[in-house]
Design a protein around this ligand. Structure first.
Ligand code: IPM
Ligand code: MG
Length: 383
């Protein structure tokens, strides 16, 4: 029997291309696993009215962890349009299967490292940035994104029911909305818990401590989102007390977008609730070459799903043209989680080497090589 059982979820579009690249590398590295293909994504929404079928949830329960490619999500009206005729008009509602997976399996921590590898022509201002205190440093950031709460909770209304309006009138600021007519009002909520905030802050500080990083920055907006942002900020300060050697720094989401652009080398570990973490992790990815270089891990207490931060890029689907590096860095994160340290080190070193040599590159890096050519080159050095 294989040592690990991996739920294999290519999903949509280029998810298939990059997962093929992952498989090539995993096999070259003699990873001792069986792979269980699982249905997930747009095709299953259209055919079955469910992008995350129950059989997939069951299958996942019997695996060590999951590897995921990419997902296509569309707004509600467009999604309904694409259902097969038999399923139209049945009141089916589309939800993002990856968001549902994160919540269903309580994968509370989304870790998104963004590193500028030497020689990557796409890194912001080149790989090394001169730093005001002298010397040159690379961008090396890790985002810890709360992964199950906040604006992703799915508690939304349109139009606004009278009963919900009445309940919200416990806060006097709600009253004037009735003047617009409740049928004209849409509501999305941002709900956070002490547990969720505490967990994500602890994960960020623990990681900083373990890896010798000296700064953890909270990204919030407590001057406007007084209750949710306020709770997160108070908890962050409390948790920080347990880590005296680490600088606990706070920034508003708008300001950090400017500061990270201006002085990206100053930031190390970033922690945020769900939506702000989503936003800032794309910004970090942009600084190190784009979504082709951004891996992520959705981790709970006993289960995890690993996915590149990028989407399904439908226009490139099946062309084996896109950069597989984000996916391969994602495999590296899976090795880390499984404590396959030697494999993790070898794979990252091989990726870094291929980036630096610059001989085999996909189109985004100015090359002509295919997804699989890059995977083969990396496998050659990692295997
Ligand atoms: C991400 C993506 C997802 C998210 C989408 C596809 C629902 O943007 O993983 O960052 O918003 O979490
Ligand atoms: Mg995102």
């Amino acid at each position: 029997m294989a040592k690990y059982s991996i739920a294999w979820m290519p999903g949509d579009g280029i998810g298939n291309d990059v997962m093929d690249a992952a498989r090539l590398v995993l096999d070259a590295m003699k990873f001792d696993a069986e792979y269980r293909p699982c249905d997930i994504g747009w095709e299953f929404w259209c055919k079955e009215g469910n992008a995350l079928p129950d059989r997939t949830i069951k299958a996942l329960e019997g695996t060590t962890c999951g590897l995921f490619g990419a997902i296509t999500s569309k707004p509600q009206d467009e999604a309904k349009e694409e259902l097969i005729p038999e399923l139209k008009g049945k009141g089916l509602v589309y939800f993002s299967p990856i968001v549902k997976l994160r919540q269903m399996f309580n994968l509370h921590t989304n870790m998104r490292p963004c590193k500028s590898y030497p020689g990557n022509p796409l890194s912001y201002r080149g790989t090394l940035i001169s730093n005001p205190s002298g010397g040159e440093v690379a961008i090396d950031q890790v985002v810890f994104r709360e992964n199950t709460e906040g604006s992703y909770g799915g508690v939304e209304f349109y139009p606004l029911p009278e009963s919900v309006y009445q309940a919200l009138c416990l806060n006097p600021k709600m009253k004037p909305w009735k003047d617009k007519g409740l049928e004209n009002v849409a509501l999305s909520t941002r709900i956070v818990s002490k547990q969720g905030c505490t967990n994500i802050c602890k994960q960020a500080f623990e990681y900083a401590k373990k890896t010798g990083r000296k700064r953890v920055t909270l990204i919030e907006k407590p001057n406007v989102l007084r209750e949710t942002g306020g709770l997160m900020t108070r908890i962050f300060r409390e948790v920080a007390k347990g880590y005296p050697g680490i600088w606990a720094d706070e920034a508003n989401i708008d300001a950090i977008c400017m500061w990270m652009f201006k002085n990206p080398q100053d930031y190390s570990v970033l922690v945020a609730e769900n939506m702000f973490g989503d936003i800032v992790s794309d910004l970090c990815a942009g600084l190190v070459g784009g979504l082709g270089f951004a891996p992520s891990a959705n981790m709970g207490d006993t289960y995890a799903v690993f996915e590149p931060t990028h989407g399904s890029a439908p226009k490139y689907a099946g062309q084996y043209k896109v950069n597989p590096i984000a996916m391969l860095l994602t495999v590296k994160m899976m090795f880390d989680w499984l404590k396959e340290d030697d494999k993790a080190t070898r794979l990252e070193a091989a990726i870094a080497r291929v980036i630096k040599e610059g001989k085999v590159r996909t189109y985004d890096m100015g090359g002509k090589s295919s997804t699989m050519d890059v995977a083969k080159e990396i496998a050659k050095h990692a295997g």
